[in-house]
Design a protein around this ligand. Structure first.
Ligand SMILES: NC(=O)c1ccc[n+]([C@@H]2O[C@H](COP(=O)([O-])OP(=O)(O)OC[C@H]3O[C@@H](n4cnc5c(N)ncnc54)[C@H](O)[C@@H]3O)[C@@H](O)[C@H]2O)c1
Length: 340
């Protein structure tokens, strides 16, 4: 008998940590965790099986296909935006071919189980590309269908994979005599920058905000790589995890889209610095602008209009900037570094 599980790839990453804690509170959920890196101690006990391996390893995925009955896949493994820009071919391989491997695994599972397999794909505001800062100002909070001209390899990868998932969900084998729609139930969120109090991000281009916070709490000086006026949307990691769980639990008939974007707050780098300063006795935050990374962040929207998510699955962030700091970021980040 194959073991029924849900599969999380990239399980040892920032989002994986939060998702494993969130999912392990749900009933009847045995987690199969896959990552290139060994699972860290704080999540090891929350999974049924942890596998150290590569999503590009076809033999490994075939082994998982025979050994487990995979009811849902949360495919988090990826190379993030800054790393992807330094190694675009590797990023394409991991982000696109890796995702295709997981989509194929989901469809094989659906065929053998005779049931749709749910597939969650974390996309990003990097799918958007706005050409100038004037246009970004003018555009304000954009909708899901605007400005879909990404300027990074990561953004291109995410947009294409959203489209692959939507295709396999809605149109796969449309010309075949045995056409049966819906092997896959593909759901995706384009996340803004995420801020976790318990993990330091690496390799993303929205890292300037979490890096300010994590350096400030440690009393270290830090220079943001974008200027004080730069704004993109952000949310706390607990809100992001709640969004994943809520979208995945929403009835399919309520969902008018496969891909949603969501937002919580959108401070400029300068506003974030001012907001955190009162919480620390010795803050030494400045700016050392990296023109190339600044250009990428400038191409991302100032904010997003998340009406579709609010209407279809009742999305609402718990935290605005003030409550994010008071209720989550400041107490948890202080506690985290005290324990270290
Ligand atoms: N953190 C953010 O601000 C943010 C925002 C938008 C979208 N996302 C998306 O959310 C997902 C998770 O992001 P994160 O912040 O946890 O990233 P992360 O870099 O912390 O975690 C990614 C994990 O994937 C693993 N991984 C990478 N390549 C792999 C491979 N070939 N095989 C198996 N595992 C591999 C890494 O070891 C790592 O543990 C990613 O898809 C990312 O694009 C993140």
């Amino acid at each position: 008998m194959r073991k029924p599980v849900i599969l999380i790839t990239g399980a040892n990453g920032e989002m994986g940590h939060g998702l494993i804690h969130g999912l392990s509170k749900e009933k009847n959920t045995d987690i199969l965790a896959l990552d290139l890196e060994p699972l860290s101690k704080d999540i090891k006990d929350n999974v049924l099986d942890g596998v150290q391996g590569d999503i590009l390893d076809i033999k490994l995925l075939e082994m998982l296909n025979t050994e487990y009955e995979i009811r849902a896949i949360y495919h988090l493994a990826a190379l993030l935006s800054t790393r992807a820009e330094f190694s675009p071919m590797i990023a394409h391989d991991v982000n696109v071919n890796g995702t295709l491997n997981l989509l194929k695994l989901a469809m094989e599972q659906a065929q053998s189980q005779g049931e749709k397999v749910k597939f969650f794909f974390p996309s990003s505001i990097a799918v958007y590309g706005i050409n100038s800062i004037e246009e970004k100002e003018k555009a304000g909070a954009i909708s899901e269908t605007e400005y879909l001209s990404p300027q990074t390899m990561y953004g291109c990868n995410k947009l294409y994979c959203e489209q692959l998932g939507t295709y396999f969900s809605n149109h796969y084998q449309q010309l075949s005599a045995t056409y049966s729609p819906g092997l896959l139930d593909f759901r995706s969120i384009r996340f803004p920058g995420l801020i976790s109090a318990i993990t330091m991000p690496t390799g993303g281009t929205s890292d300037f905000i979490p890096e300010m916070l994590h350096n400030a709490v440690q009393g270290k000086s830090y220079n943001s790589f974008v200027d004080a006026d730069t704004a993109i949307p952000f949310m706390t990691m607990p809100d992001a995890i709640r969004a994943i769980l809520e979208l995945m639990n929403a009835p399919q008939k309520k969902l008018n889209r496969n891909v949603y974007h969501i937002s919580a707050f959108a401070p400029t780098a300068g506003e974030f610095k001012t907001a955190i300063a009162p919480y620390f006795s010795n803050v030494n935050l400045g700016y050392d602008i990296n023109g190339k990374r600044q250009k990428i962040v400038n191409s991302w929207p100032k904010d997003v209009n998340d009406t579709s998510a609010r209407n279809d699955w009742n999305w609402s962030p718990k935290h605005n900037l003030k409550s994010a700091l008071n209720e989550y970021l400041i107490p948890c980040v202080k506690e985290f570094y005290k324990k270290k």
